[in-house]
Design a protein around this ligand. Structure first.
Ligand code: ATP
Length: 234
């Protein structure tokens, strides 16, 4: 499923945050959206998933204009969103959290979804009856991703999955995104960990103060002198 954003402007109150963002994610592509804290990356994801109405611009999924569609409608079209900060329900079990991600699907489909998520994240299977709040940070991030997968997305937005994780766990979580991609799901990954995201991404965009200032293949971005100085500290 292809995502196309054109000329997206958005903000909060009178404060403009996005100043005309053009971005594409092809079907089955893993694309990184990079940039410093406060650049507007999260705001852009909120526009795509319908949580924030843009001031200008269009977002399309497989050519369909999403303007006016609620977040729930967009989810049914195949758009998944793993929000920043995970937002899992700590007192509910792992499995109950997962099932919340498939509330709009038939029971049979939920069973299949659980099997798929447990195959992708065996640790969640081992802990399915446990309260989600007792999971480690990395496991909670896997749960947040698993919950989004339960909705059968064909395009998944993932906001800062490595935040607060040890380097080893961050690597593990980002590697899981490659496995999701291998199943044909497109991903738009927002990350401050530029080095790690360029290891898993096909392409990337760099956002500064609400504008895309650089785009290219992950390989080209890794070698770009501006990226190396500003984001890789090389
Ligand atoms: P981070 O990695 O910290 O999430 P980001 O690139 O995702 O950074 P955004 O969260 O999109 O950046 O924030 C962009 C700007 O919008 C910031 O200046 C932020 O203070 C502002 N902002 C974000 N959310 C709101 C809100 N709900 N109300 C007002 N301003 C907001």
């Amino acid at each position: 499923m292809k995502l196309q954003a054109e000329g997206v402007q958005a903000g909060y109150g009178k404060a403009q945050v996005l100043f005309g963002v053009d971005l594409e994610v092809g079907a089955g592509e893993l694309v990184a959206l990079l940039g410093a804290n406060g650049a507007g990356k999260t705001t852009f994801l909120r526009v795509v998933s319908g949580l924030l109405r843009p001031w200008e611009g269009v977002v399309r999924l497989d050519g369909q204009d999403l303007r006016g569609l609620s977040p729930a409608r967009r989810a049914r079209l195949g758009l998944g969103h793993v929000p920043e900060g995970r937002q899992i329900f700590p007192l509910m079990s792992v499995e109950e959290n997962l099932l919340l991600g498939a509330a709009f699907l038939a029971w049979e489909r939920r069973r299949e979804g659980l099997e798929e998520v447990y195959a992708l994240f065996p640790r969640l299977a081992e802990r399915k009856g446990q309260a989600a709040g007792t999971l480690s940070g990395g496991e909670q991030q896997m749960l947040a991703i698993g919950r989004a997968l339960m909705g059968r997305p064909r395009l998944l937005l993932v906001d800062e999955p490595s935040l607060g994780l040890s380097p080893r766990l961050a690597e593990e979580v980002l590697a899981s995104l490659e496995r999701i991609k291998a199943q044909g799901v497109g991903l738009l990954l927002v990350e401050q960990n530029v080095a790690l995201s360029l290891e898993v991404a096909d392409r990337g965009y760099v956002m500064e103060q609400g504008r895309i200032v650089l785009e290219g293949s992950a390989r080209a971005l890794k070698e770009d002198s501006r990226v190396r100085e500003a984001y890789l500290a090389l």
